[in-house]
Design a protein around this ligand. Structure first.
Ligand SMILES: C[S@@+](CC[C@H](N)C(=O)[O-])C[C@H]1O[C@@H](n2cnc3c(N)ncnc32)[C@H](O)[C@@H]1O
Length: 407
């Protein structure tokens, strides 16, 4: 699809270029913030899966520079305007009857757009891809699913960090107000596979969040709404007071994408996030499974089957063996509907559509003025995984094997 036709079909792609955002995703974060006030009192943020960096741009502009957008910008302007009117028409300055109060509109406009930068801000952005520098943002090139990334992140947050100390006192590293993750694999179109890979990114993001969030912190992450997603909401509810599933207007209604917004991090009593044991399990999963297996009801060997032709007894499949003292055999029946086991812990998160409903519909095409000039993307991918494929395709004469003629 050409740039111009993409401008027509994707209003947010066009707007992102016009407003200087590196990706259309910026609008998703802004619309989520409009609904959930994500950045209120926030100074320490981790942006996972951050390339090309539009979410980090939002963080840089809102938290570092103190700009406001959307509803909060409007509220700010209104409040300032009201204050200004009160000053002008306040009891001391009451204009005489018939006198018109003069307002310097230039100063007015300047004071209404005044920014409020925050102090002591720390923002770390991580991605597999390199992220072009952004003012005030520490960028790391790393895989969020790799265990080595946790200490890397902690070191970026606190240069004094010492791994051995953090293992002994994990709580000390909990200093982050907000963790956001827009992680997405390169989608294959095989929904189950895409949802699975996405869930692994979510798992990794949550694990990182549990290692760095301070009590009361927030976690926002992209999810693909698949089967059993309510199980995920229930699991998140263990760690956060409130869990919502949100769909910003700039996220296509036709896509399974949504965002979980988890507010007020309050881990269960006694829970300690551990660098060595992600989500409290770590590499002990086989051990835990074996332990659970040993706790299953004692069962008897399944009675051997007699072959109807030969009359011989087939050997029974190996199973945990013991009959109880009355000689009663208990037979373990395979759970044919494992999903039902989770029935009692399912929980449906409130669904929130966010962003102004009069804003552009991300699924609609819009007519552009005849003199519309299509802009170049603000930040093309620096090293996309498909770069080599594109180079090879170009070398072989494009998609249909035509050799470049140079015309
Ligand atoms: C939708 S993009 C993120 C867009 C970004 N939020 C922005 O606003 O510019 C998804 C990103 O996830 C990254 N990603 C996928 N798997 C990852 C992993 N295992 N570790 C780190 N980043 C990963 C991709 O490289 C890609 O840049």
């Amino acid at each position: 699809m050409g740039k111009s036709s993409k401008d027509k079909r994707d209003a947010y792609y066009r707007l992102a270029k016009e407003q200087g955002w590196r990706a259309r995703s910026a609008f998703k974060l802004l619309q989520l913030d409009e609904e959930f006030n994500l950045f209120e009192d926030v100074t320490r943020v981790v942006d996972l899966c951050a390339a090309p960096g539009s979410w980090s741009q939002v963080l840089s502009r809102v938290i570092i520079k103190g700009e406001t957008f959307g509803r909060s910008a409007w509220q700010d302007r209104e409040a300032k305007f009201r204050q200004r009117m009160l000053n002008v028409f306040g009891s001391d300055n009451q204009p005489a009857a018939g006198e018109v109060a003069e307002i310097d509109t230039d100063t007015e406009a300047a004071s209404m757009t005044e920014n409020k930068p925050r102090r002591d801000v720390k923002i770390v952005a991580i991605d597999l891809q390199p992220i072009s520098p952004l003012p005030g943002i520490i960028t790391l090139r790393a895989d969020i699913t790799h265990p080595a990334t946790v200490p890397l992140l902690l070191k970026a947050l606190d240069p004094e960090y010492v791994h051995e100390e953090a293992v002994k006192h994990p709580q000390a590293s909990h200093q982050v107000d907000l963790v956001i993750s827009d992680g997405a694999p390169d989608v294959t179109g095989l929904h189950d596979l895409d949802i699975y890979v996405q869930s692994q990114l979510l798992f990794a993001a949550l694990n990182l969040a549990l290692c760095v969030l301070k009590p009361g912190g927030k976690f926002v992450a992209k999810i693909f709404r698949g089967r059993n997603v309510d199980l995920l909401y229930a699991q998140l509810k263990i760690f956060f007071e409130k869990v919502y599933v949100a769909k910003p207007r700039s996220s296509r209604a036709s896509s399974v994408e949504a965002f979980i917004v988890c507010i007020n991090f309050q881990p269960p009593a006694g829970y300690k996030a551990s660098l060595e044991e992600p989500l409290g399990v770590g590499n002990r999963l086989p051990e835990i499974l074996a332990e659970r297996q040993s706790l299953l009801p004692v069962t008897a060997p399944v009675a051997p089957l007699q072959n109807s032709d030969s009359g011989a007894w087939d050997s029974a499949p190996a199973r945990p063996q013991t009959a109880d003292k009355d000689g009663i055999f208990e037979v373990e029946v395979e759970d044919l509907a494992p999903v039902d086991r989770y029935q009692d812990i399912r929980w449906v998160a409130p669904f929130v559509a966010c962003g102004d409903l009069s804003a552009f519909d991300s699924d609609a095409s819009y007519k552009l003025p005849d003199d519309h000039v299509s802009l170049d993307p603000i930040q093309p991918p620096t090293a996309p995984p498909y770069k080599r494929a594109l180079e090879l395709r170009r070398a072989h004469g494009g998609a249909y094997g035509r050799k470049a003629t140079g015309n």
